[in-house]
Design a protein around this ligand. Structure first.
Ligand SMILES: Cc1ncc(COP(=O)(O)O)c(C=O)c1O
Length: 398
């Protein structure tokens, strides 16, 4: 009997998707499931992006350049310049989503058994990319009480050893919604320089910052050129997750040369999606202003409603469109499944992502869930109402 790999056995299932079969069953029973579990925005993709594909009369859908079309990369460099991030087209590799940029980054700088320090809770798929690369994730806990701010630098230092190659942050954070300040980035910059580590920043939510807070990229930090690798994506920025376009940015030539070899192995990023993504760069600022206004309104409604529920703790997000919520229960996995299998109000229930899968430390986050506020305000109000009633019933049953 042929056997699968140990790596395959250890590959984690996505905590965001693993409850899908229960949701499907609920839907078959006629239940309306409100999806708070997945970061698929309901915002419309900019028309310029879709029109660019509609109006293109390609006759041969050919491969593009491995690093992405030159024209597109030149324009991306222009986009970054507007954000005070100064990179050339040669410092950009267009990838198949931010996901591929993450795996190129890990593959380019880390060998099997090397260690990467990541503040937890973190985007759950980092576990998957690390497992695929044979790399060990060393988590460092951030807390809901501190709104998931950067843990003290002294805590990072305690974890740095001979196998440590990199620190990975997500800014603004999924699932935390935390936006690292310039000072926090500068502390990390000093740390990685001191210990000759890479600093990978996943900045796919760069546009989504609230309350007049500014995003500060690691590539804005002078002197970090050798250490900094940025992962980016069009998925959330333009609500075009299905395009599958992202990029990896670095001013470190060795990183780019190495990542290029990984990129050559998969030939090229998707051609049509690059056309859409290039056109998306023409999206006017007013689009983002409207989207951000909408997310702020949703966040405010969600947080206000959640705070009314007894025993519920929530970190107020300053960016992205997620928040981590602590519930007065012991096991959010069980609760989330129960919501789909056993609970309904007027034929509706909610689907949430149990937060334990966003932690690498066993036992952490067991009483937490992640909520994505990618639905309209009235749906969010309804969802929290259902959650409140469900908590009461769940706790009275157990
Ligand atoms: C923090 C973060 N990084 C990367 C990704 C990957 O995005 P994509 O591959 O769609 O660009 C996601 C998607 O949800 C994300 O939330």
């Amino acid at each position: 009997m042929p056997t699968i790999s140990n790596k395959g056995r250890h590959m984690p299932a996505s905590p965001i998707r693993k409850l899908v079969p229960y949701a499907e069953d609920a839907k078959k029973r006629g239940i309306h499931v409100i999806h708070l579990n997945i970061g698929q925005p309901d915002i419309k993709t900019p028309k310029v992006a879709l029109d660019a594909v509609r109006n293109h009369n390609i006759e041969v859908l050919a491969y593009s350049m491995t690093e992405g079309s030159e024209e597109y990369r030149e324009k991306i460099a222009g986009y970054y310049a507007q954000k005070d991030i100064h990179v050339t087209a040669k410092e950009i590799i267009v990838t198949t989503g931010g996901s591929e940029a993450l795996s190129f980054a890990m593959g380019s700088i880390m060998d099997a058994d090397d260690e990467i320090i990541i503040p937890e809770p973190f985007y759950a798929n980092y576990n998957g990319f690390a497992t695929a690369a044979g790399v060990k994730v060393v988590p460092i806990a951030s807390s809901i009480e501190a709104n998931f701010a950067l843990p003290p630098i002294s805590d990072f230092e305690k974890l740095i050893g001979p196998k440590t190659k990199a620190i990975l942050i997500c800014n603004p954070g999924n699932p935390t919604g935390y936006l690292y300040s310039k000072e926090e980035i500068q502390q990390l910059a000093a740390l990685v320089k001191k210990h000759d580590l890479f600093l990978i920043a996943d900045e796919v939510y760069r546009e989504f910052t609230y309350d007049n807070k500014q995003h500060y990229s690691i590539l804005q930090e002078e002197g970090l050129e050798a250490n900094a690798i940025v992962v980016d994506s069009v998925s959330k920025r333009y609500s075009m997750c299905g395009a599958r376009i992202g990029c990896l940015l670095s001013k470190n030539k060795d990183v780019i040369l190495t990542a290029m070899k990984f990129a050559q192995a998969r030939l090229s990023p998707p051609t049509f999606a690059q056309i859409a993504s290039e056109a998306a760069l023409e999206t006017p600022q007013s689009y983002f202003d409207d989207v951000i206004e909408e997310y702020v309104a949703r966040r405010d409604v969600l947080i206000t409603e959640l705070k009314k529920l007894p025993g519920v703790k929530v970190a107020v997000p300053q960016g992205a469109f997620y928040c981590v919520v602590e519930l007065p229960i012991e096991d959010a996995d069980d609760f989330a499944q129960w919501l789909l299998e056993k609970f309904e109000i007027d034929h509706s229930t909610v689907m949430v992502a149990p937060a334990a899968g966003f932690y690498a430390t066993p036992g952490l986050g067991k009483n937490q869930i992640r909520i994505a506020y990618v639905l309209e305000k009235n749906q969010l109000v309804k969802a929290v109402h259902i959650l409140g009633k469900a908590l009461k019933q769940y706790n009275s049953n157990s």
